[in-house]
Design a protein around this ligand. Structure first.
Ligand SMILES: Nc1ncnc2c1ncn2[C@@H]1O[C@H](COP(=O)(O)OP(=O)(O)OP(=O)(O)O)[C@@H](O)[C@H]1O
Ligand SMILES: [Mg+2]
Length: 338
């Protein structure tokens, strides 16, 4: 069945350049509805009516932010996630289709409710989150069309430790199958909200080509505060390359051949929500283009830095050209590493 017939509405993802691969990348993980409300002060809650500066309805969640950015950078991207059959699910679906993300791998489940988060932003740029927590969210291994892996060059797990239904064994199986099918594998990490323990993902690392945790997550997994020692431990657990995100201090990269830092770009950060997801998308984009590890990490830092210039998880990064221009002109912040 043709894509447009199958989904009923929206924009088709770009046609594959050859018959071999339908997708450059499959992004697996969280998909939620974000409503960003700008220009609201705590005192406004007592007013009967408040006129707002701007309200933005957008999709969000780690895998979703990654998928949107990868699509904007020109990759044929499918999101592998679950959304509800209500208005949140409809809005998410439409938003993704407008972004050119392939939605054919999204499961729409009448028995689930997607999370909606209301982000109230005041005139100083400070946020308050109001969360309507979803139910029966997250995709399980048995809901994923494993045949899609045959038609993809790469797969990315939006975040281990927050893919509740995949975290207890599903991710290992998925990544095992992905490696057997010859895909390049990427994974980000999040905080261990479910208290699965630092060793919970140990079986997954041997199937990961690029693991991209933040320094807090790398420390949690390894018990090492220092990024060099943490990366060394993660390599010994089986990941082939480790890229540790260091927030406003750039990133640190290590594999068996190379080891280096990338200095951060000097930006006036407005909102760092989703910087990690934009970083990962930028990195994946470059790896898929065959760029060097150094170039990929630098491009990723630029994507993360640009994202911080706007509110929301995928509002600022628009195109590869925009990032290339930023790389030519942006100032770098030299960091003394102890
Ligand atoms: N304030 C900043 N200034 C410059 N670059 C930044 C800043 N914040 C983030 N970045 C860039 O974005 C990358 C990813 O951000 P960060 O380290 O916060 O990821 P993260 O902790 O995974 O974030 P999240 O999970 O909240 O999206 C950093 O490695 C850095 O290159
Ligand atoms: Mg992160």
């Amino acid at each position: 069945m043709k894509y447009r017939e199958k989904t009923g509405f929206g924009k088709c993802p770009p046609e594959p350049e050859n018959d071999l691969f339908q997708y450059d990348i499959l992004c697996v993980g969280a998909c939620v509805q974000d409503i960003l409300i700008e220009g609201i002060e705590p005192s406004d809650f007592c007013n009967p009516v408040t006129v707002l500066d701007r309200v933005i309805f957008t999709s969000g969640g780690d895998a979703t932010n990654e998928a949107v950015i990868l699509s904007r950078l020109g990759n044929r991207t499918a999101l592998v996630a679950k959304v509800d059959r209500g208005t949140a699910g409809d809005a998410i679906y439409l938003d993704l289709q407008r972004e050119g993300v392939d939605t054919s791998q999204i499961v729409r489940d009448g028995n689930s409710r997607s999370t909606t988060s209301f982000v109230m932003i005041n005139s100083q740029g400070n946020h308050n989150f109001f969360l309507s927590k979803g139910e029966n969210e997250g995709i399980a291994l048995e809901e994923i069309d494993l045949l899609a892996l045959r038609h993809a060059r790469a797969i990315s797990i939006g975040s281990m430790y927050t893919s509740y239904k995949l975290d207890k064994g599903g991710t290992v199986e998925l990544m095992k199958i992905a490696k057997r099918a010859g895909l390049i594998t990427f994974a980000d990490v999040d905080h261990d909200v479910e208290k699965l323990g630092p060793d919970a993902m140990n079986q997954v690392y041997p199937y990961i080509d690029y693991l991209l945790p933040s320094i807090d997550e790398a420390s949690y997994i390894t018990g090492e505060k220092d990024e060099k020692r943490a990366a060394e431990k993660i390599l010994s657990l089986g990941a082939k390359t480790v890229v540790i995100k260091l927030g406003d201090k750039g990133c640190y990269v290590k594999n068996r051949e190379e080891e280096f830092y990338v200095a951060p770009f000097l930006v006036e950060a407005k909102d760092t929500t989703g910087c990690g997801d934009n970083f990962v998308a930028g990195f994946i984009h470059c790896v898929l283009k065959g760029r060097s590890l150094q170039e990929s990490a630098r491009f990723a830092c630029a994507a993360g830095a640009i994202n911080s210039l706007e509110i929301g998880g995928h509002m600022a990064v628009k195109s590869e050209r925009q990032i290339e221009e930023f790389l030519k002109t942006a100032a770098v912040c030299e960091i003394s590493r102890g």
